[in-house]
Write a protein that binds this ligand. Structure first.
Ligand SMILES: *Cc1c(COP(=O)(O)O)cnc(C)c1O
Length: 380
């Protein structure tokens, strides 16, 4: 029997094959220069990303989790200070808060965007609240206009976890569009291979318009030194490899095209699933532009796992981001008093993410669409 073809969540090999000459040349240049850590290739990528995002400073680092940790280390926070964080996110967002002995205050999310809102943040503020970490989950922006208004009124730092929404914009209070990650004091991102702008290993970055903060971040990521072997603060070792920067610089020129390709897949899914009663297609906030790091359906009536099994039998990969609210994770026992947030609970039970990437062809897309529609017994 012929092994049936499996449809993966992402197609990094297909993307590499399309960009191969440029990527191979960029990697070879680094290897031949033997400047593997820091150096001109990393600096050039930081400048290019700053220009793309419209921010003053980009500070690269070793991964997206470190970016969050560095952001919190750079701000004036003391152990026990409260940091508001959504309970429906990847673990990294809350992990670094606990790691620094700050107090993660886990809150619910908006049912349509899966993100924090200004009202949710405001309701969680106490006199110990010092910061908030909005996450732009699955590629859709949290309402940064309202969140910034609340944060400014209460004097809170804002660290935007933009690991999933690089390249997305949102309308600011002045009516102008601005890059997500550029609203708060500092934005963080991840270049994990499957992210919208992914490298060929681990990588991450921070961005900010605050020159003093950028300088502090540069020191923190490199053992607290400005001048080699003179250490002014206690830092960490978290630097971006030049090989990763070279790959990222090539891919950055394609980021808008990557986003357009993802959005095309999302548009086709939306059109195919809109009329199915048991499904909720991703809501799109008209003030932002969803970049679809994930295409995440809500499957109603307790049928999520059955749909997933049905698609699995057809060789279609799916994933559940995220199956367990952060406050139910063993790691956070003792870190939070929260034990039930209704929207987070419902989302963990209902969400299902379908394959979405830059190399999706029409035949594969149709096969996935037919698989989903077949489960609900609606024709194609
Ligand atoms: C991927 C991701 C991170 C962490 O990035 P790494 O590079 O894997 O450390 C943090 N937050 C969110 C929301 C992510 O999706």
């Amino acid at each position: 029997m012929r092994e049936p073809r499996r449809i993966p969540m992402v197609d990094l090999v297909g993307q590499y094959e399309r960009l191969k000459p440029d990527i191979d040349a960029a990697i070879a240049e680094v290897v031949e220069s033997a400047r593997f850590i820091g150096g001109p290739v990393v600096e050039r990528f930081e400048w290019a990303l700053a220009e793309y995002l419209g921010v003053e400073h980009v500070v690269s680092c070793a991964n997206g989790t470190d970016a969050l940790q560095l952001a919190l280390m750079a701000l004036d926070l003391q152990p026990g200070d409260e940091v508001i964080v959504p309970a429906f996110t990847y673990v990294a967002t809350a992990e670094v808060i606990a790691l620094l002995r700050l107090r993660p205050v886990m809150v619910d999310v908006d049912e349509r965007t899966f993100n924090l809102t200004g009202a949710i943040v405001e309701a969680a503020i106490t006199e110990r609240t010092k910061a908030v970490v909005p996450v732009h989950l699955f590629g859709q922006g949290a309402e940064m206009d309202a969140i910034m208004e609340v944060a400014e009124r209460h004097g809170l730092y804002v660290v935007e976890d933009n690991a999933q929404a690089i390249g997305a914009q949102y309308v600011d209070r002045d009516g102008q569009k601005r890059a997500l990650g550029a609203f708060g004091n500092v934005g963080t991102t991840s270049f994990f291979p499957s992210k919208n702008l992914g490298c060929y290993g681990d990588g991450g970055a921070l961005y900010t318009d605050d020159a003093a903060l950028a300088e502090r971040l540069r020191m923190l990521r490199n053992h607290g030194q400005k001048r080699r072997y003179y250490h002014e603060i206690v830092g960490v070792n978290s630097r971006l490899d030049a090989i990763q920067a070279a790959v990222l610089h090539v891919k950055l020129a394609h980021l808008d095209d990557f986003i357009a390709r993802r959005r095309r897949v999302a548009d086709m899914y939306d059109a195919a699933f809109r009329d199915i009663d048991g499904l909720v297609i991703p809501w799109r906030d008209p003030r932002g532009d969803h970049v679809f790091h994930q295409y995440t359906l809500r499957v109603l009536d307790g049928r999520r796992d059955a749909l997933r099994a049905h698609l699995e039998r057809l060789g279609i990969s799916t994933n559940i981001y995220y199956p367990v609210p952060l406050y139910r994770q063993r790691a956070f026992e003792g870190w939070t008093d929260v034990d039930y947030l209704p929207v987070t609970e419902r989302l963990c039970a209902e969400v299902l993410s379908l394959p979405i990437h830059t190399e999706m062809d029409d035949a594969t897309l149709e096969y996935i669409v037919d698989g989903v529609r077949g489960f609900f017994r609606v024709g194609s």
